[in-house]
Design a protein around this ligand. Sequence first.
Ligand SMILES: [Zn+2]
Length: 284
Amino acid sequence: MITLSRVRFGPSGYPDEAKGNVKRVFEILEESGLDALEYAAVYGLRTSEKAAKVIGDLSRESRIFMSLHAAYFISLASKKEETRERSKERLIKALRFAPLMNVKRIVFHPGTRGGLSDDETFRVIRKALEDVWDVAGDAAGGAHLSPEVAGKVNAFGSVEEIINLCSGHEGIIPTIDWAHIYARRQGAIKSYDDYLKIINQFEDALGKKFTDNMHFHVSGIVYTKAGESSHKPLGESWGPDIAPLMDIILEQGYSPVIISETPVPIRGALYAKALLDELTRTKS
Ligand SMILES: [Zn+2]
């Protein structure tokens, strides 16, 4: 099979070696052969418009695909009205900054269930995202909202919930965090078929919107009965093993952006890239 796919790899957050020097960030990624970056705004998007534009220009020059991870404390179905409103404001701001920063995906955790039933939680979160999109979707320069599969068993954000959140809305695409699914399912992603079943679920429900905008998080992970506990390196004793995932990507010709969330993210990104390169060589 001839594949024209282009898989991109990158770290979540700036590499430590850059010591916060944004120009150096993009140099390091280029020197490493990486071509994606998930900008970490996990404690809020605090950058000025001017600084955002510098990031955008550097990413365009170096052709590094940009996503942005919005704040951890977003909670769209919170019991507190003020928290819900502030959570929406954060996503609106991220969408408005996206064209400046050359960001194409706003990744976020929708939040907890806030004491609501599963159905109510879904309705509140979906409505919030529709509101956010109505306000800022046109200003986002082609960026999507990208809710992530959650790692805690009781958190909103199962595979099915994320699929439903993305269904029938042009502005919302999924982020599949494979380590989170592994933790949520207590280690039950091991084989090629385990991965394929999940990918097919997304593809059957969302079609081209999914396959054209695949966004994956990878990492090793430690979990308890409650789900994720801490992120670990790839390729060591912790699961999930991402080799079967790479096989599927190669065979199907998918073009995901793969973001590493390992403790040293750039190392995880390089590991994942090397794994795909090796499989490509052995299979061609
Ligand atoms: Zn993640």
